[in-house]
Design a protein around this ligand. Structure first.
Ligand code: HEC
Length: 292
């Protein structure tokens, strides 16, 4: 087997092993990162919804007490403000959805479905737990979710969520008095849940993976070419030249010039040793010829 072939075979095996190992590792890391990033963004979006809730209950609702006597204004409702603000965020991040899943809601659209009820029960049983994340199967594929408990943390909430007789009449006429009442202060009545299709972090990870592996393969290809060029100019060509000259000398051709042996690397040392040996040989031959 030729030297170049041997060298390239070993190099290729090394590169394939390197690409496979770093491929598996980087895919895992990139996927974890993408998932974390998506969940972090979901958390930020939820924070902004929470801020809107706070703003509505503390700043907007007091202003609307009077006009609310005539007509119900949903702008006074924290859940309305939060959902509206999240809807606006969705213009930019359409994959994210938000729900204030509640066991006994005012608006029946917000009632928990089976898996959401499990999350709310979990928060009710573990009051210290402030957040959970998970993956679940849906008809359209896997979905990631971030859930935080919804606690009645403000007495102002009880105006509309404790008993129908103290709630704004206009609200009762719009939503009825059957649901969304009987809540108590500090009770966990539901969960705020942001969901994202799991395909989103997968797509992000895939993009980063392709870019990373592409540039890695590019670097390896350049190393491969450079190593071959170096092998050719530093080893193969001088060795070929030497073997050609050795051939000629062995055939008795004394006219052939010496091998250039500038430099201090091993090939130059070998070349000067070879030249010295050749000179000694020629001298010995000449002496022999004279004696004859
Ligand atoms: C002015 C009355 C009012 C006040 C005050 C109020 N809410 Fe509500 N809340 C409503 C109405 C009406 C809805 C239904 C909105 C809709 O159509 O989605 C609602 C919806 C909700 C929802 C979504 C689930 C559901 O019941 O439909 C949650 C959770 C909620 N409120 C919690 C709170 C909390 C916590 C507070 C205190 C910070 C609060 N609310 C204060 C009237 C009120």
């Amino acid at each position: 087997m030729r030297l170049t072939l041997k060298f390239n075979l070993v190099l290729s095996l090394l590169f394939i092993a390197g690409i496979s190992v770093s491929g598996v590792l980087s895919w895992k890391i990139l996927q974890n990162n993408a998932q974390r990033e998506v969940i972090e963004r979901a958390g930020l979006m939820m924070e902004s919804a929470t801020a809107i809730r706070w703003y509505t209950i503390n700043e907007i609702k007091p202003l609307l007490t009077l006009p609310m006597k005539k007509v119900f204004l949903p702008q006074s409702v924290p859940a309305y403000g939060a959902t509206k603000a999240f809807g606006k965020l969705r213009d930019k991040y359409p994959q994210y959805t938000y729900k204030e899943a509640t066991l006994n809601p005012t608006n029946l659209e917000n009632r928990t479905v089976d898996w959401e009820s499990d999350i709310v029960q979990y928060f009710r049983n573990n009051p210290k737990k402030q957040e959970i994340t998970g993956v679940r199967d849906t008809p359209t594929g896997k979905s990631l979710y971030l859930a935080r408990p919804m606690v009645v943390d403000n007495v102002a909430c009880l105006v509309c969520h404790s008993t129908p007789d103290i709630a704004p009449k206009t609200m009762i006429s719009r939503y009825g008095s059957a649901n969304g009442f009987g809540w108590k202060i500090n009770e966990t009545i539901g969960a705020r849940i942001v969901s994202v299709p799991a395909s989103l972090p997968f797509k992000q990870a895939k993009k980063a993976f392709t870019a990373f592996m592409g540039s890695f393969a590019g670097v390896l290809a350049v190393i491969f070419i450079m190593m071959n060029v170096m092998l050719r100019y530093i080893v193969i060509r001088p060795v070929r030249k030497m073997s050609h000259i050795a051939d000629e000398v062995s055939k008795g051709n004394t006219e052939i010039p010496e091998i250039p042996s500038k430099g201090k690397d091993e090939m130059s040392i070998l070349a000067s040793s070879f030249n010295r040996m050749r000179r000694s040989l020629t001298k010995a031959m000449e002496m022999l010829e004279k004696e004859e």
